[in-house]
Design a protein around this ligand. Sequence first.
Ligand code: FES
Length: 166
Amino acid sequence: MHKSTDNPTATAAEMAAIEEIVQRHHDQRWPLIPLLQEVQEECGYIPPGAIEPIARGLGLFPAEVQGVVTFYEQFHMAPRGKYVVRVCRGTACHVRGGSTILKIVKRDLDIDENETTSDMRYTLETVPCLGTCFLAPAMMVNKDYHGKLAPPKLRAILKQYDGPGK
Ligand code: FES
């Protein structure tokens, strides 16, 4: 499996949805963040082509919109996989083998941090702490927490997300 390196382009349907969202927010004060959240909910990410219509709709410079998208970690400029794997790189996890866990996930998915598999199934991210240090080493797959990870258990967990029904 290889990482997805495509430069994402919004589809016509996504652009129509973006225009509609901009129209709806355009009379509000300071609507940029909720508007971006809606676009991301609709498209799964903020397509680069969305920056210009959003800026135009809100009377901002494109660089201002771009700056906000880049500043907030919650916004993503590229499509993400169906499953977002977040491996903790915090201290509690690190001392209990977190770096080995990360290495295995990278190798099994054949991607690096912040990359997505070419089949758009997995995106790999690391986080400073998942807030479940008692489960160290820990990771999340979408909203599911997985803790006290060890290599065999980790492989079984990743396999769960590989099935055709998933
Ligand atoms: S350090 Fe890993 S969950 Fe807190």
